[in-house]
Design a protein around this ligand. Structure first.
Ligand code: NAI
Length: 473
């Protein structure tokens, strides 16, 4: 399917955080852009923010001044919605309210040409619901950008019940033409990214509530072992706990209190306390002048301990009679009892990891732990010893987010490649969770979930039927 031609006019409604960025993207691609906002002066202000952003790019030598001027010249603030009549595509980025969006599109439908495409940037409202009263709901689609729209690569192209396949394909191709990576998704709460990402925060919050480790240690494991750019706690502090908690609650409610999406009381307490994260100066971390970031908990490698040759993350072997295994969700005590051998259970760690978490059964001698820590240290890997807890940290989190990905695939929200692309480019995950789970081995991922389910009794850990079936493929 071909993209909307770059000579065609694009309308953007709502010139706030998202709208101004979307207008810039369309203008960079070469389109004339009409920018409308109900608030007087807001469209001009949005354009000014865009100009300021482009100036910075010029100063940094990313684009030349003439190109920046040409982009700016293509963006025209307009005072009325009627002025959007020539638009071939209108992208709406106004307040997140179903009734207001419905009213806006009802009016817009009579302004634009019958062949124009209408898109919403909604992050949480059903695309199907917004389109309900339209005369031509087939031309209505979700075009979900991520914040900041100019930088984040992903666009989820959301089809509602009535969206025509051609319109979804055209918008997909148009998003790619604007330099984005597009994925198709079905209109369901949270679409792909805001649904699959819930587990990244939720498992971190559970581990914290279960007192397995403090936020700094959990963040260090997720970044050091998993290659995530930010740990879940620093990311929630950045997003704002009010926003992050509200999204969690809205997804939980939308899925009829599905336990997988149950929000965390510890996060609600931060909201209650007004500790919303960076924007208020305190969240999980303190951002006041002079405050220092807490250090993660880690083992100190003893200079006397002799590293073991040929041992690396994920390699199952033994040290001095102590078994070494990658977690399958059983506790070290369980494994030791079942095998009659002491065991060090390792968390998942990706290639090039700088940290790895582990737990030991009670009968592991300390000098073996010291050799294990020294072995990792010799490879530049910091070791964090955790309480003997099922699934540890990275493995537990991956199992949960991959499980959600499989569930979304089963429900036809997207396919496996779509889920992985969405998570890599919508929230910068180092790898797509489904591909990552396949690398680890789906049998182990299912075992982790089954063991978490058995030990916690919490239905949030039940494995998706699609994941279980994938084991039989
Ligand atoms: P914002 O509050 O920064 O901007 C909204 C703009 O829309 C304001 O300038 C406001 O004056 C204008 N507006 C409100 N009602 C209007 C109407 N009836 N007609 C014309 N203009 C109107 O909001 P933001 O953050 O840009 O969000 C806009 C949409 O994008 C929402 O649907 C939101 O869920 C979605 N979104 C937001 C993301 C974010 O991180 N901020 C990410 C992805 C989607």
């Amino acid at each position: 399917m071909t993209a909307i031609e770059t000579t065609a006019t694009i309308g953007v409604i709502g010139a706030g955080t998202m709208g101004a960025g979307i207008a810039q993207l369309a203008a960079v691609a070469g389109h004339p852009v009409l920018l409308f906002d109900a608030k007087e002066g807001a469209a001009a202000a949005g354009r000014e923010r865009m100009v300021a952003g482009l100036k910075k790019l010029v100063a940094r030598g990313k684009i030349d001044a003439a190109a920046a001027d040409a982009i700016t010249d293509r963006v025209h603030p307009v005072a009325t919605m009627d002025a959007l009549a020539p638009a071939a595509l209108v992208v709406e980025a106004i307040v997140e309210d179903l009734d207001i969006k419905r009213k806006l599109f009802a009016a817009l439908e009579d302004i634009v040409a019958p062949e124009a495409t209408l898109a919403t940037n909604t992050s949480s409202i059903s695309v199907t619901a917004i389109a309900r009263d339209l005369k031509q709901p087939g031309r209505f689609v979700g075009m979900h950008f991520f914040n900041p729209a100019v930088i984040m690569k992903l666009v989820e192209v959301i089809s509602g019940v009535a969206t025509s396949k051609e319109i979804a394909e055209t918008v997909f191709a148009t998003a790619e033409n604007w330099g984005k990576i597009a994925v198709h998704a079905k209109s369901t709460p949270g679409f792909i990214v805001n649904r699959v990402a819930r587990g990244f925060y939720a498992e971190a919050l559970r581990l914290y509530e279960e007192q397995v480790a403090d936020p700094a240690t959990l963040d260090a494991i997720m970044t050091g072992a998993g290659g995530f750019r930010m740990g879940p706690f620093e990311l929630m502090d950045l997003i704002g706990h009010d926003v992050n908690y509200a999204v969690s609650l809205s997804v939980f409610t939308a899925y009829y209190q599905e336990p997988r999406f149950r929000p965390a009381l510890s996060q609600l307490e931060l909201v209650n306390a007004g500790r919303l994260g960076r924007k208020t100066g305190q969240g999980f971390y303190d951002y006041a002048e002079g405050s220092e970031k807490p250090e993660p908990v880690g083992e100190t490698a003893s200079p006397d301990a002799v590293p073991v040759e040929g041992l690396g993350p994920g390699i199952e072997t033994e040290i001095d009679g102590v078994a070494l295994m990658l977690t399958d969700g059983r506790t070290a005590r369980e494994v030791a009892a079942e095998t009659g051998r002491p065991v060090i259970v390792c968390d998942l760690a990706c290639d090039g990891a700088s940290r790895m978490a582990f737990a030991v059964s009670p009968d592991v001698p300390e000098n073996v732990v010291a050799r294990f820590v020294a072995t990792l240290a010799a490879q530049g890997i910091a070791a964090t010893r955790l309480p003997d807890w099922p699934g540890l940290v990275l493995m537990r989190t991956l199992a949960v987010i991959a499980n959600e990905g499989f569930e979304a695939v089963m429900q036809g929200v997207s396919d496996e490649a779509g889920v992985d692309t969405a998570m890599r480019y919508g929230v910068n995950y180092p790898k797509g969770p489904i591909g990552w789970a396949r690398e680890v081995g789906l049998a182990r991922i299912v075992a982790v979930l089954d063991n978490l389910h058995r030990l916690t009794g919490d239905p949030r850990y039940r494995a998706s039927l699609r994941l279980r079936m994938a084991l039989q493929d």
